[in-house]
Design a protein around this ligand. Structure first.
Ligand code: CO8
Length: 258
């Protein structure tokens, strides 16, 4: 039995899978679900058996957005006191690769949660949208920032102002997702993709993610200084010795994550 009410989790090979589990509400994100996602991610981030985390949704859709019923009567003071976005901030601190496997509707807060993933694989027919504008609000969990950094200001404004549905093909063209696969193969292809990453040395994966994330926020020079420190740090790892010795000795490396 899952320890969670709104998500399911399991581990297969070196990949941990987190499934949003309110399919009858199209996986609308209530606050409990977001806290559970974060709790599961933090636990998998510390679990030595896990190299990659996959985030997906049960049923037809990844997520139709924040739970409007829960949010409708919110007031600013209550929102300030709840500090619910602290949970979202914690997702940015996860060190392991996170792959989103999305399908159906990826709307509002669901789109924001997808944008918290490092890579996104979408089933054909997936539609992304920020419909918040039509509810008299706007994205609040990073949507305006992350979408703009990925797709650029022009497309971001168009999509955020109109709330129009973005077909998976457009999301691919504008660098929002990595790949489109057929719906029946979504999990299979995602797990294959995850396995390809999971076999790489964990410390390299971790510091590559850390450095690429800095590229988004830092000016080039500072980013390169940061990258250099991470590069040096990897020379303190057993896996660097193993990787380079294995190359010289013409054998397969055996990485330990140390
Ligand atoms: N919140 C609550 N319930 C929802 C939501 C939602 N976002 N989306 C769907 N549901 C429920 C429906 O009420 C319905 O429940 P019931 O069967 O009890 O009536 C069930 O899911 C199925 O939905 P529909 O019957 O509407 O299914 P359709 O296939 O006809 O339509 C749509 C699918 C087009 C996705 C439609 O459900 C829809 O428009 N949903 C709302 C989409 C939306 O506006 N999302 C943005 C919400 S605002 C937001 O995300 C702000 C983010 C802020 C930061 C994040 C904080 C967590």
């Amino acid at each position: 039995m899952s320890a969670f009410d709104c998500i399911d989790t399991f581990i297969t090979g070196g990949t941990a899978v987190i499934e949003l589990n309110r399919p009858r509400q199209l996986n609308a994100l209530n606050r409990k679900m977001v806290s559970e996602v974060v709790e599961a991610m933090e636990s998998f981030d510390r679990n030595k058996e896990v190299q990659v985390i996959v985030l997906t949704g049960k049923g037809h859709s990844f997520s139709a957005g924040a739970d409007i019923d829960e949010m409708a009567e919110d007031d600013p003071i209550q929102l300030e006191l709840l500090n619910q976005f602290a949970d979202w901030d914690h997702i940015s601190l996860i060190k392991k690769p996170i792959i989103g496997a999305v399908k159906g509707f990826v709307f509002g807060g669901g789109f924001e949660l997808a944008l918290c993933c490092d890579l996104l694989i979408a089933a054909s027919g997936t539609e992304f949208s920020f419909p918040e504008v039509s509810l008299g609000v706007m994205p609040g969990a990073g949507g305006t920032q992350r979408l703009t950094k990925l797709a650029g200001r022009t497309k971001a404004l168009q999509w955020l102002w109109t709330g129009e549905r973005i077909p998976a093909e457009d999301a691919l063209t504008h660098g929002v997702i990595n790949q489109i696969v057929s719906p029946e193969l979504l999990m299979e292809e995602t797990l294959k993709f995850a396995a390809k990453i999971a076999k790489q040395p964990p410390l390299s994966l971790r510091l590559i993610k850390d450095s690429v994330n800095k590229a988004v926020d830092y000016p080039l020079y500072e980013g390169m200084q940061y990258e250099r420190k991470n590069f040096y740090l990897l020379f303190a790892s057993q896996d660097q010795k193993e990787g380079m010795n294995a190359f010289v000795e013409k054998r397969k490396p055996e990485y330990k994550g140390r």
